[in-house]
Design a protein around this ligand. Structure first.
Ligand code: DC
Length: 226
């Protein structure tokens, strides 16, 4: 069974996919981590993200694999090297949309994504998993959330376990909001596989529900469709 979860940054996809994977025994496929890995490798090798052919070639030749779960996150490897932390830096954030908009990169990611889901139950999260990668997924969700709430979640996640001055938090939320809106625009307006809700996806606004409520609802749908 395949569950496809799409939506913009900070809409709660990763948290929900992680919970679904843990509670119902699905393998989690983080497709964003794959685009991040391509962007990171290009940066490391000094290949400009504007050099579309060179970046596509790089995407075709590197091997991106997933390891075991650590602190609720699945580790990511490029050619055997653990890049789990390196793909989450601000520099990769700034460059990943260009990698993800490259049609050659997207084409290179399709086969490994589908292979991952060949012999097991998978919950896949991304921007096009319900529309392009797994158009026949048994269950499709499109998660949204108020943009400021998404920015707030990102900032709180960054400072998890720390005490931070509320004024500093507000400034960071403003900055993150601008970044989120820029990335949403790039991801939704690109020509190849833009972020869009599949016709047969359930649209859920995660601002109005707790993670637990959404996961419970998914659990009911899994039981119905199994
Ligand atoms: O979900 P994320 O923030 O880790 O995604 C990183 C980038 O990759 C983001 O700009 C959107 C893009 N992406 C994509 O284009 N298609 C996917 N299936 C997943 C992510």
């Amino acid at each position: 069974m395949i569950i496809a979860i799409d939506g913009p940054a900070g809409s709660g996809k990763s948290t929900i996919a992680r919970e679904v994977a843990a509670r119902f025994g699905f393998a989690k496929l983080d497709t964003g981590a794959m685009y991040r890995s391509v962007a990171l490798t290009a940066l490391q090798r000094g290949v400009s993200l504007d050099e579309t052919d060179a970046v596509a070639e790089l995407a075709r030749t590197i091997s991106i694999t997933f390891g075991s779960e650590q602190h609720g996150n699945v580790s990511v490897f490029v050619d055997g090297v653990d890049v789990s932390d390196a793909i989450r830096t601000a520099e990769v954030d700034r460059n990943v949309s260009a990698a993800a908009a490259n049609p050659g990169v997207r084409a290179a990611m399709l086969a490994p994504q589908r292979l991952f889901a060949q012999d097991r139950d998978v919950v896949a999260e991304g921007r096009d998993v319900g529309t392009v990668v797994f158009p026949h997924a048994e269950l499709k969700l499109f998660l949204t959330a108020d943009p400021r709430e998404r920015a707030r979640r990102r900032v709180l996640q960054r400072h998890e376990g720390q005490i931070v001055d509320p004024a500093v938090l507000e400034t960071e939320i403003d900055e993150t909001l601008a970044d989120i809106e820029r990335r949403d625009a790039l991801d939704s307006q690109r020509d190849t596989a833009p972020l869009t809700c599949a016709d047969d996806a359930m649209r859920i606004d995660s601002t109005s529900y707790t993670i637990d409520e959404i996961v419970q609802q998914i659990g009911e749908l899994i039981n119905e469709r199994r």
